[in-house]
Design a protein around this ligand. Structure first.
Ligand SMILES: [Fe+2]
Ligand SMILES: [Fe+2]
Length: 155
């Protein structure tokens, strides 16, 4: 089994533990959506698409496991490190890149390393394009505009 598939299998089994079916679908929709957006951005930017996809799959797991978004990015980076070391799918360098991206993913105004920025942008793509009838959050507008410019999308 490929390592992305193996990670997804693990994440599916964790999401299945959530009590509410709507929450499971919503969480899966977001994680898989961000993972795909991260893959597309990695292909565009010359970064590793598999690592980008794995970061997308893991990025909000702490929030889904605990039901709280309180400091979920920083705590989520620690959780991702635990999961990745348990599954033994990534090198130390790859684990660091994934965990750094998750650690920074809620800092939407700051500019961080390329893979960190990629995960923030993938998160914003899913927040904004999953349902275009919803208003774009103020903290995501500038980043959304930059992504549209980069990808040649009409905003
Ligand atoms: Fe998040
Ligand atoms: Fe997210």
């Amino acid at each position: 089994m490929g390592r992305l598939k193996e990670l997804r299998k693990y994440i599916n089994s964790e999401l299945e533990k959530m009590e509410n079916t709507d929450d499971i679908f919503s969480a899966a929709n977001h994680l898989y959506g961000v993972s795909l957006a991260a893959t597309i951005l990695a292909k565009k930017r010359g970064l590793d698409p598999e690592i980008a996809a794995m970061a997308g799959m893991l990025h909000d797991m702490h929030a889904y496991k605990t039901g709280s978004y309180d400091d979920h990015a920083h705590k989520g980076a620690d959780l991702a490190r635990e999961i990745l070391s348990e599954l033994n799918l990534t090198s130390d360098e790859e684990t660091d890149a994934i965990c750094s991206a998750i650690y920074h993913h809620d800092d939407k105004y700051a500019i961080d390393a390329p893979m960190d920025e990629l995960l923030k942008d993938a998160d914003v793509i899913h927040h904004t394009l999953n349902d275009t009838s919803k208003a774009i959050k103020e903290k995501e507008q500038a980043r959304y505009d930059r992504i549209c410019e980069e990808l040649g999308l009409r905003s």
